[in-house]
Design a protein around this ligand. Sequence first.
Ligand code: MRU
Length: 359
Amino acid sequence: MHTQLEQVTHIDNVRLGEDEKSVVIIDQTQLPNRTVYLTLRTAEEMYDAIKLLRVRGAPAIGICAAYSIYALARQWGLADYPAFAERFHERKEYLNSSRPTAVNLSWALARMESVVSAGAGKPVAEVLDLLGAECRAIHEEDIAMCRAISEYGLSLIKDGDGVLTHCNAGPLATSRYGTALGPLFLGRERGMNFRVFSDETRPLLQGARLTSYELQRAGIDVTLICDNMASIVMKNGWVQACFVGCDRVAANGDAANKIGTSGVAILARHYGIPFYVLGPTSTIDLSCPDGDHIPIELREPDEIREMWYAEPVALRSVKCYNPAFDVTDHTLISGIVTEKGICRAPYTESLAALFDGKK
Ligand code: MRU
């Protein structure tokens, strides 16, 4: 029997289907009103689930893509290795094109493809078993990384603190505890109390729909605010730290996260509040020198004009600019919390040190 807290931190947001030829996800677009599980069987369904944010959050889309390519490979019934490897590469590229910013997607798919490459000369049936083990390992590792991040993050706050977060970097976006929300769940588990301010996160409202839902269900004091209210909440002295997730961290510490995150960091600097980015090393991309090299996803204008309203709130013809992410400059970041510890400036050195001997 799960406790109230475990009902949030132990959800199966992404898992392999029983037949190992499908992937089962919670449709995050339907939360918090309905908990609907979807079974994804075709490459198109898997691509759409990621593209349309049915499954979202950098680690979760990496895990979903790894399970997806494995499930697809199980369906093909190909015994000829060259034909198998070719089909695998083609489908992997397709899934990889579903969203550009979160590096966990390409990272997980590259890990899966390296199993295929290393399996040249082996029977395809054996390669399939190795692929099954690899996608499960990616998931298991994420569970462990989230737990470690939560421990390190918890060391940065104390009982009674106010924490502001943006978007959703909790269990739904990851595995178990989450990243930015992980310290809050772990602290709650240990009897600590926090006051959390959740930015609603326009335009797709991950903060309103998902973060406030997860925290409230776990019994954590959460207050939902519109994005443009972060300043007054900080000015009132209610925020002692900002915790956000990340989709790609460049070698110099510039960090891409949900659109609006950089504004929170700028405000935090103004009010002298520490601003922390929390994420696993699978989100750090040392091949990307700085934020200018991070691809930023542009999404459909209708997400702004009409998606959440009974009728459009703007002229159907009005021009919209809808970037899904922005980059927070490394100079605004007080620390980058990973499963291996808390990196501090200069990030070029502290981030590289995380990968020493394992680049
Ligand atoms: O567009 P989304 O909802 O996938 O964006 C998600 C975020 O920006 C999260 O903060 C990030 O992926 C980290 S999840 C641990």
